[in-house]
Design a protein around this ligand. Structure first.
Ligand code: TGC
Ligand code: FAD
Length: 390
């Protein structure tokens, strides 16, 4: 990993500012120092490396675009994307932790919270002193979160919350959870739930073959008394939850490029060194086809993500544009991981190289934050006007 050079076939660096490059470099060197040496071991043991939380906070991975006055790094959307790219070059599970904390916990508190909520939670979340998770998916409602069954009742002095969320990243250790539930009128609201509230538990989900270095769990609410001041008042309806997803999906469109770059870089180096039939396998047409297609797809994905970042900076990116980039770039990364693994032959299935871990991780990435199918249907809806998922 020390030799890693970022593929930049179309001189995208010319379009980045000095700040973008500094942010990327700082993240890259932290990933090399703190993630690359330990990640395989944690993934094999299926454990989240808790000790990296302070490092993630130091490089500004928690709330990169949240204003400095609330503890964020005050960076633009391109910097956010580059940070996600570099973290996912290390591991998609670690990027998930940063995505959830930034886009699914800090973003809703910043965008829909009161000034008191912002001041109470954001600086601590930015420093990693407290960690958050995001509960939208339920056992009976994944792609169709609008059908959610979690509900809360207004008891006058507080709300009473009941329901269950499943497949929640960071749930087993999170200090707070942003939870989406319906009120008595069936309107969806976001609530801030704190660990320790009576009737709230977070059992861990075991036996994953994917995102093994990320902790996943359930959120169970049994008559949980929630203080009225823990409701996010700024926006309600499914659109409030979806706004958070837009931010996370944008970050994933960049993150997937990082995983793809690492697979490509590993395969290219291996192909130049591995001798069969008296010559490097890189000198064979079949392996060149694989490698040439990989760099082509990475380059296209970079251009998509870069332009989307510009649109996000201008506040002009549509949800459908974000869906297209998330869908394209994650599939691109998964295909590259599968091809790159074959370039390494048997060595590709071992933990000596990162490729198989990326490949297994990306099976989650292509499913969470909207499945590959759902993002296609979002594009279909956008261009035809017909919502085929209904
Ligand atoms: P639909 O009727 O189309 O929309 C309901 C309301 O939501 C609004 N909306 C959006 N707003 C902002 N951004 C978006 N992307 C939005 N998509 C929809 C829409 O305008 C409408 O608002 P209003 O005011 O008119 O009511 O909704 P639907 O019920 O037909 O469902 C469609 C939809 C969009 C929910 C579905 O296509 C979808 O995206 N499903 C996927 C669910 C999903 O992505 N879940 C992710 C859970 S979180 C997660 O996976 C975290 S993993 C993190 C990690 O570890 O990195
Ligand atoms: P389903 O919705 O049951 O879909 C099953 C299959 O049917 C899919 O192939 C899907 O594409 C297809 N399908 C569904 N509807 C249609 C349709 N209308 N037309 C055609 N095909 C359709 N959620 C959170 O809220 N917070 C988290 O932090 C979080 N973290 C996650 C971490 C991991 C490791 C994983 C794997 C998931 C996580 N999720 C999280 C959940 C994730 O968002 C859901 O898994 C995802 O939205 C899909 O829901 P589902 O698994 O219930 O699949």
């Amino acid at each position: 990993p020390d030799l890693f050079e970022s593929p930049d076939y179309y001189n995208l660096d010319d379009l980045l500012s000095e700040e973008h490059k500094l942010v990327r470099e700082a993240t890259r060197s932290w990933v090399k120092r703190s993630i690359s040496p330990i990640i395989e071991d944690y993934a094999q043991r299926s454990e989240f490396p808790q000790q990296i939380i302070s490092g993630l906070a130091e490089i500004g991975a928690f709330g990169p675009y949240i204003p400095v006055e609330y503890g964020g790094a005050g960076l633009d959307q391109l910097s956010y994307g580059l940070i996600m790219q570099e973290i996912e070059r290390g591991d998609s599970g670690i990027r998930s932790t940063a995505s959830v904390q930034s886009s699914l916990v800090m973003y809703p508190i910043f965008s829909y919270g009161t000034e008191e909520q912002r001041k109470k939670y954001l600086p601590k979340l930015a420093k990693g002193e407290i960690m958050g998770c995001f509960g939208l998916t339920e056992p009976n409602h994944g792609s169709n979160p609008g059908g959610m069954e979690a509900k809360f009742k207004d008891m006058g002095t507080h709300y009473l919350l009941n329901g269950a969320k499943l497949w929640i990243s960071n749930a087993p250790f999170a200090d707070i959870a942003i939870v989406w539930a319906k009120n008595e009128e069936g309107k969806i609201h976001g609530l801030i739930i704190e660990r320790g509230m009576e009737g709230f538990s977070t059992p861990e989900t075991h036996n994953k073959w994917s995102l093994r270095a990320s902790a996943t769990g359930e959120l169970i609410f049994h008559n949980v008394k929630v203080p009225r001041e823990n409701l996010l008042p700024g926006k309600n309806g499914l659109g409030a939850a979806m706004g958070c997803l837009d931010s996370a999906r944008y970050g994933i469109a960049w993150g997937a490029i990082g995983a793809a770059m690492d697979c490509y870089d590993t395969a290219l180096r291996y192909a130049k060194e591995r001798i069969q039939f008296g010559k490097p396998i890189a000198a064979t047409q079949l392996q060149q086809k694989k490698l040439a297609e990989m760099i082509t797809e990475i380059t296209k994905a970079q251009l998509l993500a870069f332009r989307l970042g510009q649109l996000r900076n201008e506040g002009k990116a549509t949800s459908a544009q974000i869906s297209m980039a998330k869908r394209n770039n994650v599939e691109m990364a998964l295909k590259i991981a599968r091809e790159a693994r074959q370039v390494l032959g048997a060595m590709g299935i071992t933990g000596e190289y990162s490729i198989m871990r990326h490949m297994m991780n990306l099976e989650s990435v292509i499913t969470y934050e909207g499945t590959h199918d759902i993002h296609l249907l979002i594009t279909g809806h956008d261009i035809t006007g017909y919502a085929a998922f209904k």
